[in-house]
Structure formats: C-alpha cells, structure tokens
Design a protein around this ligand. Sequence first.
Ligand SMILES: Nc1ncnc2c1ncn2[C@@H]1O[C@H](COP(=O)(O)OP(=O)(O)O)[C@@H](O)[C@H]1O
Ligand SMILES: O=C(CO)[C@@H](O)[C@H](O)COP(=O)(O)O
Length: 482
Amino acid sequence: MFIGLDLGTSGVRALLVDGEGAVLASADRGLQVSHTQPGWSEQNPQDWVTASREALQELHAKAQAEMAQVQGIGLSGQMHGATLLDADGAVLRPCILWNDTRSHVQAAALDVMADVRALSGNIVFPGFTAPKLMWVAEHEPDVFAKVAKVLLPKDYLSFWLTGRAASDMSDSAGTSWLDVGARGWSDRLLAAGNMRRDQMPDVIEGTDVIGTLRPDLAQELGLSADVQVVAGGGDNAASACGVGALREGDGFVSLGTSGVILAARSGFHPDPGSAVHTFCHAVPGRWYQMGVMLAATDSLNWLAGITGASPADLTAELSDLRLPSNVRFLPYLSGERTPHNDSAVRGAFVGLDIATDRAELTQAVLEGVSFGLRDSFEALRGTGADLPALLAIGGGTGSRYWVELLATILGVPLQLPAQGEFGAALGAARLAMCGVTGDDPLQIMTKPDIAETIDPNTHHSAAFDEAYAAFRSSYPALKAMP
Ligand SMILES: Nc1ncnc2c1ncn2[C@@H]1O[C@H](COP(=O)(O)OP(=O)(O)O)[C@@H](O)[C@H]1O
Ligand SMILES: O=C(CO)[C@@H](O)[C@H](O)COP(=O)(O)O
C-alpha cells in the first residue's frame, strides 16, 4: 500500500493505492489563498499541515486495516512557493506562492544576469522562487537575515513528516537556483540570487527516499513505524507520472485554473527565449517541457462570475462546433507566461457589437484560451517536441465543445481518459511505489484507459487557422495601447 499526498493551491488530496496502483480511498481538504495586496498571493504553511493531517486521518477512518500496511508516502505539490525557515525550523513568514507577481522587478534583474538562463534552462519568471527571496531581502531584511532554509510547499510537508529538509529535481527546477541540465544546485545561480548552498534542502531524485516517517506521526495516523517518505514531484511532473507521460511523444493538455501543455523529453533541450518551461522530470534521467498560460478555466470562471451562471451552464449553451467568433478574447486576466512572459498585460474583448450575447462571449473565451494554448503548443514544437496526440485533462474537459474546439485549433487528436484517478496524487503514489520497491517507473507509470478520442474538425480547421493568425497579431496591438 502507498499514499500519494498532493498539495494543490486550492486544496490537499490524499490517495491510498494498493501495490497494483488501484485506488482504495481518497480524502480532500480545501485551502484558502490570501491576497492582501494586488498581485500578492500567500498561504500559511501551518494550514497545509492541518489539511494534510486531516486528510490522512480521513484515509485512516476509511481504510484502517490497509493504512497499517502502507509502505511509502509520496508527495506532489504546487511549485515555486517560498517557505522560509529559521535555524530552528520555524516558519518565518507566510509562503509566497507561484502566482504571486510582487517580485517582477527582481525577476527581470536576475533574468539578464550572465549564465542564468543557460544554467537554469528557463526565463526567471516573477512566480519562480529566486526572485521572491530577492524581494524579501529588499523589503523584509530582518526576515531575510534569519533564513536558514528555503523549502518548496510540498517539501515543507516532507519536512513535517520526516524532520529532513529535502527536495526533488522536478520541483527544484522551478526555483532558478538549480542547474537543470546537470540536476544539482548551481553555485553560480545561488550567488546570482544572493543565496547560499546551506540554505537549500538536499536535492534528490523524485523516486529517492527522504527518510522514515516520524514515530509520533506514525502512531497518530495508524501507520507502521517503517513507512518511507519519498521525495515525489512538482504538480505537473507528478501529473505526468499519473498519466504515464515519460517518453518522447507523450504529453498532455490540462484545462485547469492555469492551462498547461506538457511534453515529456528524454533529454535537456532548453529554449528559454520562447518562454517554454524546461524542468527535470520527477523520474531520474528525464526532463519535461511545458507552456503555461495563467488563466485557462479562470477566464471562464471570470465570465461565469459576472454573468451569474456556472462554467458548466455557460459551456452547455454551445453544442455543434461554430465557426470562429467575430468577438476576440485575449486571455491575459492574470498576465501571461508562455509565450509572452508578461506579468503586467491584462485581457480584452475585441469586436463586441449590439448583437453579442452571452453564448458568443463564452465562445470567444473558449477560443481565446485555446488560441493561447496553441501559442504554447507552437513554442513547444519549436524545441523539437513532437506530440502527435495529447491526453486532455482538467475540469474544462467537462465541455465536449471546448475539447473539439481545442483539438481543431491545435490540429491534433485529444484523448479523454476514462473515469478514474490519474492526477498528481496518483503520480505521487506511483513515485512512492518506485522509491520503496525499486521498480522501474516506465513499468509502473502506465497510461490511463481512453474513453474517447476527439479529432480536429477538418471542416473548420482553415477558418480557425486564420482566426489564430489574427489572435497572434492582437498581443502587440494590446501592448501598444496607452
Ligand atoms: N462543464 C464544464 N465546462 C467547462 N469548464 C468546466 C466544466 N466543469 C468545470 N469546469 C471548470 O473546471 C475548473 C476546475 O478544473 P480543475 O482541473 O479542477 O482546476 P484546478 O486543479 O486548477 O483547480 C472549474 O473552475 C471550472 O471552471
Ligand atoms: O506555476 C505552476 C507551474 O509552473 C503551476 O502549475 C503551479 O504549480 C500551481 O498549480 P495548481 O495548484 O494550479 O495545480
């Protein structure tokens, strides 16, 4: 038996799986994000511990006998957050999260320093960890002076579970302190960010064991005293493990709060200029690349919020695939990472007229987000990633219309997994399994059954190619507006 513990932004999910990888029980706990100033996004690490403890207690209540047989716990979690600890391991301030843009000035300064992009393989985005520490140094020097360790969110949970400060390659790759090609902390990158190696956790592979569960927690949670805690991965790497995306040609598109197109890579092929993210995979010797847009279903949620309908109600108003809307939506409600690296840009509707109704606005939003994902897809292709088909995951796939639209705009078939568990928590449990048993990840991390494959609508492809070209020209025009 194994547990996968996923620390998402909106909640914690704990999953109990057996030795064959079948899910026996799950438990969820919600988390709040605090936005005390525009662009700020923080969580209290103690809330992660409380939510995780409650989720694990619920698993115990649901499956007491099986919990006693658990051999390993694997972690996954939201990336990039800065959890600052003092020399006694106490949290110094709320964690600054991945979607907090306060450090955009520091990110821009770090991004142009010599070797930074080459070693880290990435643009220094404002959401990454290193510029957050530069911000703390400038604005909270008393806190900065006490920083003895910086932990990523899920690594604070493994610190709680084991007492050891450790991180895995996939999550550490999003700090701008890791040499992503060489898979180790980089003294050059640490120095550029004014940090020291002793402030970093031990960095190990996602299938490596961090240590044994603390005896008091083992007793409290009804677990054996021998449970091994395995490093796990950042949420997208762990999701890739959950859907078996490890080899060249494997990838997925995720329609969640943020939109992600991910390609598994067997080598390190950085292309920071395109704003593609290049990170270590959670399994040894592999990498992955992804384009990230910041507001995918968040754009639909915004429209739902102001029209008083649910996202499902809005998308249900669209049935057969329509030709491109005359209304264009620029999906930059929270700024954008791929391909623009622009935390300041904001969204727009263009082409509204007196006949524009709610359904057309929904259509325009789904199109705008899908065009944004095509930007990421084109950028990924530019790195040499070849993705003949993609798994489609995330809440937005609840709309068949959206999936067909996206398949048409991307020009590749989209595969919808059959009902079941295939997310980051399953990936974390699979990493735990590999870590404890030594099994080959390529054998353990199988692909989900496919319920349906949705092909591009070739009758509409040319019209959407033309509309995409118009979309591409809109960002420079938007930036040029006073
Ligand atoms: N039928 C639907 N059509 C389109 N979008 C939907 C539908 N049902 C849910 N969603 C969207 O899915 C989102 C949740 O997706 P999810 O992958 O769970 O995101 P995250 O993990 O980032 O919280 C909701 O916020 C909602 O906007
Ligand atoms: O910033 C990134 C990846 O670079 C995000 O994927 C975060 O890791 C947050 O994930 P969710 O909690 O929205 O799934």
